[in-house]
Design a protein around this ligand. Structure first.
Ligand code: DX5
Ligand code: ZN
Length: 229
């Protein structure tokens, strides 16, 4: 089934737990806990050991996650050759597929292909990449993701230059686009991102590391509705 972006957007602001920070020995239980805490979407980090100096989960695990939850799956492809993998990840159950501008001088054909596969196309950029490289293509996206850490690992410190990029993206996207931010999001850093126009917040450590995830989810949502202090 094609993903219904309008329905998902209507629930924004969205907290998007990143499974990279969960206990993979109890994957189904961790997913259930995210559902019970009120997550509307799940973020899955896919790495190839080339684009980023790390490896994570692959297609069979995404299939297993798909079987265990009705939540939309937001798949972040940290890969040198995303064009080789969008179809298998869509088949595995990805609802949103986000690719990196750094490996795609012209991302339009791939964004188009993702859309034709029935998924929401997304673009992202790493902290050293100027936002201007991405802006010409954001109207072709259903989700635009600003990375606020170097991709590859959870638990890193938030890049304070991210809100400025988010603001530029928010001024350029079409209405109804998910404006997402990924890396070092917590109850403090979420404020400046929300104020800049983000409506979707990936949270790995801040969500799965919380003793009480329901309370953490609520605190993140309250923080993103309040202005930066
Ligand atoms: C990093 C990933 C992130 C990561 C975020 O490469 O893209 O999604 O899981 O983790 P935290 O929220 O811990 O910074
Ligand atoms: Zn990610």
């Amino acid at each position: 089934m094609p993903m219904n972006l309008t329905r998902l957007f209507a629930k924004a602001p969205l907290i998007n737990p990143s499974l990279l920070a969960c206990d993979f020995a109890h994957l189904a239980r961790e997913i259930r806990s995210a559902e019970e805490a009120g997550a509307h979407i799940l973020h899955l980090d896919i790495m190839d050991g080339h684009f980023v100096p790390n490896l994570s989960i692959g297609i069979p695990i995404v299939e297993a996650i798909r079987r265990s939850t009705p939540l939309p799956l937001d798949v972040h492809l940290m890969l040198d050759e995303p064009e080789r993998y969008v179809e298998p990840f869509r088949k595995a159950g990805a609802d949103l597929l986000t690719v990196h501008i750094e490996v795609l001088p012209d991302p339009r054909p791939l964004l188009d292909r993702i859309r034709r596969l029935g998924a929401v196309p997304g673009l992202t950029l790493t902290p050293p990449t100027p936002v201007e490289t991405l802006l010409p293509f954001v109207k072709e996206c259903g989700i635009v993701l600003t990375m606020s850490v170097m991709p590859g690992f959870g638990g890193q410190q938030f890049d304070t230059a991210a809100p400025e990029k988010i603001r530029a993206i928010a001024e350029t996207v079409s209405p109804g686009t998910l404006i997402s931010v990924d890396g070092g999001i917590n109850v403090d850093t979420i404020r400046s991102c929300a104020a800049a126009g983000a409506n979707t917040f990936v949270a790995g450590t801040a969500f799965f590391g919380a003793e009480d995830r329901k309370t953490r989810m609520r605190d993140l949502l309250v923080a993103c509705e309040s202005q930066p202090g």
